[in-house]
Design a protein around this ligand. Sequence first.
Ligand code: NAD
Ligand code: UGA
Length: 470
Amino acid sequence: MKEAFLKKICCIGAGYVGGPTMAVIADKCENLKVTVVDIDKEKINRWNNNDFSKLPVFEPGLSSIIKRKRGKNLFFSNNIKKEIAEADIIFISVNTPTKKSGYGAGFASDLKWVESCTRTISDYASGHTIVVEKSTVPVKTAEVIETILGSNQGQNTGKTFSILSNPEFLAEGTAVKDLENPDRVLIGGKDDYSIECLAQIYENWVERKKIIKTNVWSSELSKLAANAFLAQRISSINAIGSICEVTGADVREVKLAIGYDRRIGNNFLETGPGFGGSCFKKDILNMIYLCKYFSLPEVAKYWEQVLNLNDWQIKRISKLVVDKLFGTVNAKKIAILGFSFKANTNDTRESSAIQITKELLAEGANIIINDPKVDEKQIAQDLGKNPIKEFENSFEEGSWSFSEDFKLIFQNSDAVIILTDWEIYKNLQWEKYTKLMRKPSWIFDSRSVVNPKEIKELGVKLWRIGDGTL
Ligand code: NAD
Ligand code: UGA
């Protein structure tokens, strides 16, 4: 009955979650027709591009699923109304960024995209439809969705709706792996039949014991809580790293020592240039807003400190680069390796590299940037400044350019700053390239990528995050 009922899935939002999630569902459920829709026509065109290197989202393993499934049971379409009308189950996977103005600005999530697509569902859905909140939302958002949909259901419209919360826990860079082998799938709802229908989709590849069923509010809150706990761990290790730097300890050794305690565990304890990505900051801000709204100021302050520490961590990188380079980087050539917020993704949202680069440009540095998956156009958009073409002949202070040529990147540079842990940087021929730098030459490694012994033997000065032994 359930399998027969569920034939067509529509996902609203073809972004970093909607695209990979639906690709994996289509891959695992041959009998389901899965269509991903978006208001962004250009994005849908890119998902339909036959050049698979042009897909809007880069994730290891994703393009081969798209190649296998697109046009069979996986589709990308602009025809939102038609796909909503035909769907048995609709996933809302639209963006929920922090509100920029009005009440709650700077903290609350902006739900205008959730509301707008809920209204479209209300207008165009037909028969019984299960509506699934996949986006990360404030607790109680399901109530908003239910109210909007409820106003248009009943005998005269022939429409009925059931609302579920099914937050997504994938991390970018490992999205396909995380979706294919999730730690858990969480489904929150009050209608057992709909919960079972959604659970049956996941049961095509996820063990039943990993599918957790809760009430809607627990489900919505668990998503915010998981991200808050993860971000808190990063701020904790970054805080410890800064103590290491001034005491002669090494954060990698401390990580090993504390990680052996099974209650702490050794995952998610990499120190770095502060967490980036589109979600940690906005979800904690959202949590802070909720705490204030429900008159829990001490709890709000507790989470606020996780963000404060992260802001400080990002800021201190550019400051220490300037300090080590005799207090000025004006007209000095600085190379930045890595612009995405983590390895294996082309996403730059909230990447620490954006702020660090902007601060160094403001100090007058001439910056040359490399990233294996982020292109020049995206970097220009993030920096709000166009690149210069002929880097070597330019005397314009505070300018930047992009290059894939490591010879050009290292040539005459005073410093190289590693901001993303791409594999390619780990395997770079450091001996060959550092010879091209101006002396005294510096490497600032914010991601524990280089081998310190090797770099020191090359006569290059090294700063490594959380390393007080240098
Ligand atoms: P995204 O910005 O990459 O994609 C959202 C898409 O929704 C955009 O393409 C946008 O055009 C589309 N959209 C907005 N309003 C629409 C409408 N009314 N009709 C049709 N399309 C519409 O965002 P994302 O990174 O995929 O995140 C989506 C949600 O998932 C957010 O709530 C986020 O917090 C959550 N999330 C993200 C991740 C992640 O790793 N990026 C992981 C877990 C959860
Ligand atoms: C994070 C969570 O890990 C996902 O579970 C969640 O679904 C997602 O947010 C979301 O809700 O959007 P994501 O931001 O894609 O995933 O990537 P992470 O691996 O969590 O990395 C986030 C940032 O923290 C990156 O800048 C990364 O470099 C940094 N990080 C991560 C560290 O500095 N140290 C670590 O040990 C781990």
